[in-house]
Design a protein around this ligand. Structure first.
Ligand code: ATP
Ligand code: MG
Length: 246
């Protein structure tokens, strides 16, 4: 598998506390990866570093086939280079319809000038319909996003990220606050998205991670503690000790 993102020897200290400690991590093109680990393990900080929100103290992050260094790029350039990120709280435009939310996300991809010149053409409508279908919201296209359930808002936000065609999608705790049925749909959606891009999912819910059926990276104290299938890592004695607080 071709490597899309390579993090090597990255560290980040906050007020003397090592949130990320000599972290090395690789993700391939079109790979689905789950990242688990106890509270404070550094999972969100890892995403902050990859997206340029937080600058590490040391280490390297190389991205894409040209081997660009993410550490030299601004947050907006990293986003333009195809790294999309989903935060825990859905941030959709509640007063706008599902259709308009997705259409705005499509427009954004083309930049401000294209957005000004933009006309609602049939191809874009079809694209929005296809996106809505993939996130299970086709029937909800005319509804204001504010009327959607919490889970549906999360899917809409994932759809808005997919509209921008990221090469790497980072998703932090998507299942929090979802019903079991919504969780199931979310795993299907992320698995589907990972067929055409890399997707990294941070999640505490082990049933959710099991359904993702992918390689798992366990973070602890800012480093990789174990990596492999969920069955493999949950049999690892270090992982067991960390989760049991020993
Ligand atoms: N901006 C910051 N300033 C100071 N400390 C921070 C900052 N960001 C993160 N930390 C600390 O770094 C550590 C790692 O936090 P992080 O949020 O990455 O953990 P996490 O694995 O995402 O945890 P959780 O599962 O609870 O979301 C924590 O101890 C946190 O308090
Ligand atoms: Mg977190």
């Amino acid at each position: 598998m071709t490597t899309l993102l390579e993090v090597s020897g990255v560290s980040k200290t906050f007020d003397g506390f090592k949130a990320i400690n000599n972290l090395s991590f690789q993700i391939g093109e079109r790979e689905l990866r789950a990242v688990i680990g106890p509270n404070g393990a550094g999972k969100t900080t890892f995403m902050d570093i990859v997206t340029g929100k937080t600058r590490p103290d040391e280490g390297r992050i190389v991205y894409g086939d040209k081997g660009a260094s993410l550490l030299k790029m601004s947050e907006s350039r990293i986003a333009q280079a195809g790294i999309g990120r989903k935060f825990q709280r859905p941030t959709v435009f509640e007063d706008q319809t599902v259709f308009d939310n997705l259409m705005m996300a499509l427009k954004n991809k083309r930049g401000p000038i294209a957005a000004l010149l933009y006309r609602l053409d049939q191809r874009d409508r079809e694209k929005v319909a296809a996106l809505a279908e993939s996130i299970g919201l086709r029937a909800s296209l005319p509804r204001p996003a504010g009327e959607l359930s919490h889970g549906q808002k999360q899917w809409l936000e994932i759809g808005m990220l997919l509209a921008q065609e990221p090469k790497l999608l980072l998703v932090d705790e998507p299942a929090a606050g979802m019903t079991p049925a919504e969780r199931e749909h979310t795993t299907d959606l992320l698995k589907e998205a990972a067929k055409t891009r890399a997707v990294v999912v941070v999640e505490h819910d082990m049933e959710f991670v099991r359904r993702l059926d992918c390689k798992v990276t366990v973070l602890h104290e800012g480093s990789v503690l174990a990596e492999g299938s969920l069955d493999h890592v949950t049999k690892n004695q270090d992982v067991i000790d960390v989760y049991l607080g020993r």
